[in-house]
Write a protein that binds this ligand. Structure first.
Ligand code: AVI
Length: 328
């Protein structure tokens, strides 16, 4: 019952270059602290490397979140109930979404993703596992309000945003996203969202700098992508990956650090990095109970239940779309 709504959202120039990628990279490399938005880590190679990261022993979030989904089916069923339309922000991973869908028995599943091919492939996989479920994949940038299919208009909605992807956004962007999710889902909706927890920095830094070097490859792939797609000459062998816990912002930062002074071109513009200088490529914010509550409230969501995995490393939070407040 998969319904398709296909239209590419990528804006390419005459030479086939993604305009947004080019302007983000050129602008980001021109800043004093060089920075490229983390979304550009995910080309095909980057997406595959991320899948590999979820399997390395040091990267606990995927396994921890899955263990919550496995353990709490009965409570999801009680607090969420059946016959909702589940709207997943980002295409469902092959393992987490089926656990939720089996637990709550929704009437429809609406995966939203900007990557059309990946979206359609994972929607088809899910449809095969749940042949009676109405599946409506929508190719969309979920950072903005999305028009949901008319078929789910009268159903209560549950937004699903696993993986602690919210942690990859600075607070300003995270609040914008939570508010647009609320607009997309409407009054009476619920949100089930994964948020990784603050913990010992050594555990966090290892999770983002695994011994096998998969996360390093994931990070370095961004430099390779710039070379490939933007006529770049970055000497990738002169960069190394670093994961740094920044306590003030409660986040792990990923950087590409220059091992020597380097000079390179991207789209005919010249850039220089002194030895030790870095390109900041990702933030992964971590939360405690208060900071996650504050973020959700700022985005228009009231937490109603918070589950942790057995080792207390990761949280999955159920929140309700709250009424607009008039009180001071
Ligand atoms: C996708 N996101 C939630 C991952 C994270 O943990 O911040 C991305 C990642 N980056 C390095 N390892 C994993």
């Amino acid at each position: 019952m998969t319904k398709n709504n296909s239209m590419s959202l990528v804006d390419l120039d005459e030479g086939g270059v993604d305009r947004a990628f080019r302007s983000d990279v050129l602008e980001g490399l021109s800043q004093r602290q060089k920075a490229v938005p983390a979304r550009w880590l995910y080309d095909d190679a980057g997406s595959e490397l991320f899948e590999d990261i979820t399997k390395v022993p040091e990267y606990y979030p995927t396994r921890a979140e899955r263990s919550i989904l496995e353990a709490q089916g009965a409570e999801f069923c009680e607090l969420i109930g059946p016959d909702r339309a589940v709207v997943e922000f980002g295409s469902g991973s092959s393992l987490k979404t089926p656990l939720l869908l089996s637990a709550i028995e929704p009437a429809a599943y609406v995966p939203l993703d900007i990557a059309g091919d990946f979206l359609r492939a994972s929607a088809a996989e899910l449809q095969a596992k749940f042949p009676d479920l109405a599946v409506y994949p929508i190719e969309a940038d979920f950072m903005r309000r999305v028009e949901l299919p008319a078929a789910v208009a009268d159903m209560a909605k549950l937004g699903f945003f696993p993986g602690s992807t919210i942690g990859n956004m600075v607070a300003w962007t995270a609040v914008d996203l939570l508010r647009s999710m609320r607009e997309t889902l409407g009054d009476g909706s619920q949100l089930l969202i994964g948020m990784d927890l603050i913990k010992d920095p050594s555990v966090l830094e290892a999770a983002y700098d695994d011994a096998a070097g998969v996360t390093a490859e994931f990070n370095l792939n961004l430099a390779r992508r710039i070379n490939r797609e933007l006529d770049g000459t970055i000497p990738v062998e002169a960069l190394h990956h670093e994961a740094r816990w920044e306590d003030t912002f409660a986040r792990v930062e990923m950087h590409l650090v220059a091992d020597r002074d380097i000079e390179f071109e991207v789209c005919d513009e010249t850039f220089r990095m002194a030895k030790g200088e870095s390109i900041h490529t990702e933030n992964s914010h971590k939360f405690d109970e208060r900071s996650s509550t504050m973020l959700l409230l700022a985005g228009g969501w009231t937490p109603v239940k918070r589950w942790l995995d057995a080792e207390g490393r990761f949280s999955l939070i159920l929140a309700d779309a709250s009424e607009p407040r008039n009180a001071p």
